[in-house]
Design a protein around this ligand. Structure first.
Ligand code: HEM
Length: 453
């Protein structure tokens, strides 16, 4: 039986209905733990009825079905994504049908595996600049918050790719706006306050944030229009035309796409990198093996694009980190028509949710699921082949992350360059609690000191 056939048949569990409002209070604490508790107590297919009603799925075959049939039987017209649409407008993250297809077709080639190579030099330059600052912190024995550092780094990398080099003076504003958007999107879509017009404190703040963000984006658009072509994503989008109509993208379309890519593309990568330093700090044996690979492949040379395929173990460390700490941890879909899922009828209009945090730690699909073991991602390892949908940090199906090649390149380059130059020691007295908002990060940052490797 092939993996695909096994995946299609694999779910043989039951749909379980906990009693009404079962432990609903936990949702207000850490929602990732709430969903994990539901899966552990009731299994892989749970119909939850409380202030929010949903079907929770936690099995690769069910998740695969929902993601692959998105656009047909499932869509993003859920209350949660409708709230996101207040922020992302008509951008890829939330658009549907013909409009999504048109935009995706236009943008995908710009972020393909070969196309992203042109951002390599910019990435290396930004990382080098940060590492030169870290030399000073190392000399003084200063403690750095690596979450903050990674956030600034990935914002600079995304900003340079999107806008070339004219965004830096607003970097602090973008950090603030992104944080505000992250908080807004993470709020449960309660019936009365989900409309952006309701005068709640959060709504007033998000409207102000969006007004400023849009104004900034329009300035960047106008500046790029009157400047020399520079090859940035903004530049390419301004020059591109829709295939069928031959018309250029409107300013509002470009603005919404850029906003989606800044939000989707920098906090996710910075969370992933922070968790890499957390895991390497906790597992010195893995850190040593990683440094050995870097010594063999790079030596003391600066990293080059040709090194990428040989950084096998570095890639495995990243994959294992993304399994345990998926930055974009929560997913949901609206059921577009009555549908039979896992042998049970799920009515049109229902909400399907899943948590990558629980899915990636499913004990049926991973041995010692809570342990950090990069070797399990060795392509030749015995634990393979397994369902591809057992770990999907970038999603799957037609709406798989459009930035996957950009992010993968960025993560490999950043981990290699940083580990080549420094060993980061984490403060073991910190509790390192996890916060699950739009992205999953350590709640209070990650304090580290820098040392020679
Ligand atoms: C470690 C880094 C990243 C992670 C973990 C991540 C994760 C994801 C996931 C899970 C989805 C799919 C959501 C769904 O099923 O609806 C997604 C979609 C998306 N991501 Fe990423 N992402 C990352 C980096 C990036 C980057 C660098 C960019 C931009 C350059 C980006 C832009 C987007 C966009 C625009 C979508 C919507 C695609 C669509 O619906 O067609 N992401 N991302």
């Amino acid at each position: 039986m092939t993996i695909a056939e096994r995946d299609a048949k694999d779910f043989d569990g039951q749909l379980v209905r906990p009693r009404w409002l079962y432990k609903q209070w936990m949702l207000a604490g850490n929602p990732a733990y709430f969903f994990e508790m539901l899966s552990r107590e009731f299994g892989d297919f749970v119909h939850y009825r409380g202030l929010f009603q949903f079907y929770l799925i936690n099995h690769p075959s069910l998740v695969k079905q929902v993601l692959q049939e998105t656009h047909e039987a499932f869509n993003k017209q859920s209350e949660i994504y409708n709230r996101f649409a207040n922020v992302f407008g008509g951008g890829l993250v939330v658009s549907e049908g013909a409009s999504w297809r048109r935009q995706r077709k236009l943008i995908q080639p710009l972020l393909g595996p070969k196309s992203v190579e042109r951002y390599f030099d910019g990435m290396v330059d930004s990382i080098n600049r940060m590492l030169n600052q870290w030399e000073l912190a190392r000399a003084d024995g200063r403690v750095l918050d690596v979450l903050l550092e990674m956030n600034r780094l990935t914002l600079e990398i995304a900003g340079r790719a999107l806008f070339h080099d004219r965004f830096e003076e607003r970097a602090h504003d973008i950090e603030r706006w992104t944080h505000e958007i992250n908080l807004y999107c993470a709020k449960p879509p309660l019936p009365i306050i989900r409309s952006i017009w309701f005068p709640s404190r959060r709504n007033i703040r998000i409207k102000r944030t969006l007004r400023d963000f849009h104004r900034f984006m329009q300035e960047m658009l106008d500046r790029q229009r009157s400047a020399e072509p520079c090859g940035s994503l903004l530049d390419v989008l301004l020059q591109s035309k829709h295939e069928e109509s031959g018309k250029p993208m409107s300013d509002a379309e470009i603005r919404d796409e850029m906003l989606g890519m800044i939000i989707g593309g920098h906090e996710t990568s910075s969370a992933a990198l922070t968790w890499v330093w957390y895991e390497l700090g906790k597992h010195p044996d893995v850190a040593t093996k990683l440094r050995q690979e870097l010594k063999t492949v790079l030596g003391d040379e600066p990293i080059r694009m040709e090194h990428m395929p040989r950084l096998r173990y570095t890639r495995m460390v990243i994959e294992e980190t993304l399994r345990l700490h998926p930055p974009f941890w929560f997913e949901n879909r609206n059921v577009a028509r009555d549908y039979e899922l896992g042998g049970r009828k799920v009515p049109k209009g229902s909400l399907i949710v899943f948590s990558r945090y629980s899915l990636h730690r499913h004990p049926k699909f991973w041995k010692n699921p809570d342990c950090f073991l990069p070797d399990r991602f060795d392509p030749d390892a015995l634990e393979n082949p397994r369902s591809r949908y057992a770990s999907i940090p970038f999603g799957g199906g037609p709406r798989v992350c459009i930035g996957i090649h950009f992010a993968t390149l960025e993560l490999i380059v950043a981990v290699s360059m940083i580990a080549q130059r420094f060993r980061l020691e984490i403060d073991t007295s910190d509790r390192h609690a996890m916060s699950a908002k739009l992205t999953m990060t350590p709640s209070h940052g990650l304090r580290v000191t820098c040392h020679r490797p």
